[in-house]
Design a protein around this ligand. Structure first.
Ligand code: 13P
Ligand code: ZN
Length: 281
């Protein structure tokens, strides 16, 4: 169907009460699996790659694959840069034709995060792309960075940040972490609701892997429209490929490739159904 912006994708949700999954991918097979799931379920989808993973998936190679997949898909697809932190990578994504980028300035003091986000908003606007930003700190890491602590987003700061930056989507920290949960997270639904009541900006939930169906549903009811899933897809691939090799020594490279597509497809499909974005086109 089409490559669409994050702004358009989230706008189309309106008050219908569902969320759109943003699935991290690392290679062509994962892109194929994710798009296949969205097409089968008649769902919009966001595919994304994080700046911290570019050692494994160089942007100049994976970017064109993502864009071509979006342009040829039967459903609307947002091609998004996840956790962009450097101006050079964000500019490169915009030059490649990404329809959305995230600037993650959450490690900076609020005023500095606002200033930097405003500059990147101008760059994205020139290219007709959307911008996601973050305040508060989601724990864990998306890439090979040091772990950071969770810092729940303040309502006052969210309000000030949104008023000054007018970003298209705002990632908030409500107790999730990136990666695998060792103990169940203590999600701050009340805080999420307070943020939703104070700003009109669509909210983004990072660290989605490992949350319960009910957690997702509550987050969606409290203003989350974009839900990031990375670890669950990567683990699903490792599990399937591992099981294949465990069972047989006669696996061809192409059987392995198919398993990567299939495992991604299964995980994406599972989450699309929970988020309720199926049959929304
Ligand atoms: P998980 O790896 O915990 O699913 O987090 C995804 C994410 O937030 C990507 O930015
Ligand atoms: Zn994230």
């Amino acid at each position: 169907m089409a490559l669409i912006t994050l702004e358009n994708a989230l706008e189309s949700i309106g008050t219908k009460g569902y969320g759109i999954g943003a699935f991290n991918i690392a290679n062509m097979e994962m892109v194929m699996g994710a798009i296949q799931a969205a097409e089968e379920l008649n769902s919009p989808i966001i595919i994304q790659v994080a700046e911290g993973r570019m050692k494994y998936s160089p942007l100049h190679l994976i970017g064109p694959v993502m864009i071509a997949a979006a342009q040829n898909a039967k459903v609307p697809v947002v091609v998004h840069l996840d956790h962009g932190s450097s101006l050079s990578v964000i500019s490169q994504a915009l030059e490649l034709g990404f329809s959305s980028v995230m600037f993650d300035g959450s490690q900076y003091p609020l005023a500095q995060n606002i200033e930097m986000t405003k500059k990147i908003k101008e760059l994205a606007k020139k290219k007709g792309a959307s911008l996601e930003a973050e305040i508060g700190k989601v724990g864990g890491s998306e890439g090979d960075y040091e772990n950071i602590e969770v810092l729940i987003t303040s309502v006052k700061e969210a309000k000030q940040f949104y008023e000054e930056t007018q970003v298209d989507a705002l990632a908030v920290a409500i107790g999730t972490i990136h990666g695998t949960y060792k103990v169940a997270p203590n999600l701050q639904f009340n805080r999420l609701n307070e943020i939703k009541e104070s700003i009109t900006c669509p909210l983004v939930l990072h660290g989605g892997s490992g949350l319960t169906d009910d957690d997702f549903k509550q987050c969606i009811a409290k203003g989350v429209k974009k839900i990031n899933i990375a670890t669950a897809s990567f683990e699903s691939v490792v599990k399937k490929v591992g099981a294949m090799f465990g069972n047989s020594r006669d696996i061809t490279y192409f059987q392995h490739s198919n398993a990567v597509v299939e495992a991604t497809y299964e995980n994406v499909k599972h989450h699309i159904k929970i988020f309720g974005s199926d049959n929304r086109i």
